[in-house]
Design a protein around this ligand. Structure first.
Ligand SMILES: C[S@@+](CC[C@H](N)C(=O)[O-])C[C@H]1O[C@@H](n2cnc3c(N)ncnc32)[C@H](O)[C@@H]1O
Length: 604
């Protein structure tokens, strides 16, 4: 068979294989689950049984997510649709709206440039041009094929950039005999004024089945104009024209037609309620067609490049189960909001690979199999170096110094807790002014991957009581990427801070956001200037009224939409029973980052 060869396809005469580390997923949030459903899940788990199915929205790189799905879903996904990035960095830059900005300001909209993580994914795909794209694509579809059931289908959405190369790769992975259609999605409403060539107005969608059997249900669509047709019937297996009693041919008006492989579906126009300002958003009608034709109710649909969430929304509305993944935080947030906009949305989970991905990274990067302490000390040195701090020794909690401040490096697999901060503060005081490298002031930067929720309050308390100034810095996920590190642009951002006011009267609780501080380094200068009030930085906030130190259960939420840009800052809840409760609040800022805050209350 003819084979497409690209640089990097073969290593030592063997095809380069995809990464196959399977990591466990972490549920970071459940959305729209009622108290009863939550209790049922807990009961099932306690009884050692599998909890009910929950649709999944996963934040992560498909490179880790797909192999991690294999143990549970290998051979169990009924339908896959992918719309992989195939263009330049445009796939990772998003227009971000500053809500409620004043009309005379120009900066109501700004473009969020790709994060280092997204740039890395871009380099992974396009770093060495088409060769690396093809290798990346090949590795993706190899794993996707393994996830499909025997009569499952995959739809791969591409365009003129890489579509023809991808077709050959798909032939190789799925077998040319399993190629079903090349669908031309013709978006006739696009203005395409290309000077040197005909306007490009269609994308190609390749449909492959995994095996020889496939689920396919023909679809009819309405015609623009009814067509006059001869009425025919079968007589002894032969189609013949029907005639009336005067022996005249009989006609009828045909108002529908069978959908073929040219799909005339308009691009989502900006005036439509579906439009999201997400540059690569595809129409829901396109996904509905794929899902209706090639799956049944309750089947499992997967999209590992879900972007603005079109596939998840179409699957949700068609009563299919779904798994949706995207590398971009912003995409995951857009998808979550879009799903919440469906009045009948079933409960779903938001997941990531969290600490497991970091543990795998630490073990691979700082390997010292016999000596955990050595591995951890190498890990800390690495982070101190990235933070431009000097390592110090002889302390239990303090690992470095930077510009007169102490530095603590948090563990790879546990959050920074209240106890850590207390121990740290005590050690800071013991070491101030002790030795040549020791800092002169009682100030400490705490670098962590995750933080316990009450830290901001605590930091303030500690600062006031012990006169230690504590600053919390988030270790960015980009640290896991060698090439991003080599590029040398790793930034540690200050944690955003949320201030809440809580009023409780008997069983009624009223929660109000009083302040939100987004670390200023996160926002471009002109955006910072355009923001008049802290609330403009919040896009969404949600509350778990009875947090049980497991997963954030989103029981109430409010968010901005294109139509309604305002955001309420108060939430109310009535408890059924008296007692002690922990409330967890999650705010998501206009860049898609989340900040959490825990509040303890007594209800009488
Ligand atoms: C063309 S867009 C998909 C648009 C989507 N079909 C829609 O209707 O909105 C491609 C998406 O792939 C995501 N992406 C790119 N590389 C990725 C990777 N390695 N893993 C997961 N998602 C990735 C991007 O963040 C982007 O949202």
């Amino acid at each position: 068979m003819t084979e497409l060869i690209w640089e990097g396809k073969y290593l030592d005469a063997k095809k380069s294989a995809p990464v196959r580390i399977a990591l466990p997923f972490q549920a970071v949030e459940t959305v729209n689950e009622s108290a009863q459903e939550r209790q049922r899940t807990l009961d099932l788990l306690t009884a050692g049984q599998d909890p009910e199915w929950r649709n999944r929205l996963i934040w992560g790189d498909k490179k880790y997510v797909l192999p991690s799905l294999l143990p549970e879903f290998g051979g169990r996904v009924d339908l896959i649709y992918i719309d992989p990035p195939f263009d330049t960095g445009a796939d990772f830059s998003y227009p971000v709206v500053i809500p409620e900005h004043e009309a005379e300001e120009e900066t109501g909209l700004f473009v969020k440039e790709p994060s280092i993580l997204e740039q890395k994914a871009y380099r992974d795909t396009w770093g060495r041009g088409l060769d690396s794209y093809l290798q990346w694509f090949f590795e993706t579809v190899v794993l996707l094929r393994e996830l499909l059931v025997e009569d499952g289908s995959i739809f791969v959405h591409l365009d003129w950039h890489a579509g023809h190369y991808a077709k050959l790769i798909l032939d190789e992975v799925f077998g040319i005999e399993n190629f079903r259609n090349q669908i031309a999605w013709y978006y006739y409403n696009r203005f395409a004024a290309d000077g040197q060539n005909f306007g490009r107005k269609y994308d190609m969608i390749f449909w492959y089945s995994k095996g020889s059997k496939v689920h396919y249900r023909p679809i009819d669509e309405a015609r623009d104009e009814p067509q006059r047709r001869l009425l025919r019937k079968k007589v002894e297996g032969v189609a013949v024209n029907v005639k009336d009693e005067d022996n005249k041919l009989v006609y009828y008006d045909q108002t529908t037609r069978r959908v073929d492989d040219v799909w005339r579906i308009p691009l989502v126009p900006p005036a439509s309620g579906e439009f999201l300002s997400y540059p690569t958003q595809k129409p829901q009608a396109l996904l509905e067609r794929v899902i209706t034709a090639c799956s049944n109710e309750n089947d499992l649909v997967l999209d590992c490049f879900v972007g603005s969430g079109t596939a998840a929304v179409a699957a949700e509305l068609s009563n299919r189960r779904w798994i949706a993944c995207d590398l971009s935080r912003f995409a995951v947030h857009t998808t979550r909001k879009r799903l919440l906009g469906i009045p009948t949305v079933r409960p779903f989970m938001v997941q990531n690979l969290g600490k497991y991905e970091r543990q795998a990274w630490q073990a691979a990067e700082f390997a010292a199999p016999d000596d955990i302490r050595q591995r951890e000390s190498r890990y800390r040195e690495f982070l101190l170096d990235l933070y431009h701090a000097t390592p110090i020794s002889g302390h239990a909690w303090l690992h470095g110094v930077k510009r007169g401040r102490m530095v603590h490096v948090g563990p790879v697999d546990a959050p920074i807790t209240l106890a850590d901060v207390k121990a740290l503060a005590a050690e800071v005081w013991r070491s101030v002014g002790q030795g040549e490298k020791a800092p002169k002031t009682a100030a400490v930067d705490v670098l962590g991957w995750e933080f316990a929720f009450e830290l901001h309050e605590l930091a303030r308390q500690i600062a006031a009581e012990a006169k230690v100034e504590v600053s919390f810095k988030k270790i960015p996920r980009e640290v896991l990427d060698k090439r991003a590190v080599e590029q040398g642009d790793i930034r540690f951002f200050e944690l955003a801070a949320l201030t809440m006011d809580m009023k409780v009267r008997k069983r009624d609780a009223v929660l109000t956001i009083k302040d939100f501080v987004l670390p200023s380094e996160d926002l471009p200068e002109e955006v910072r200037r355009a923001i008049r009030h802290w609330s403009q930085c919040i896009d969404y906030w949600a509350v778990d009224w009875d947090y049980k130190v497991d997963t954030f259960h989103n029981q109430w939420q409010t968010y901005r939409t294109r139509k309604n840009q305002t955001l309420g800052t108060t939430a109310e809840h009535t408890y059924e029973k008296a007692g002690h409760y922990t409330i967890l609040v999650k705010a998501i800022d206009i860049l898609g980052n989340d900040t959490t805050k825990a509040i303890d209350i007594e209800v009488s």
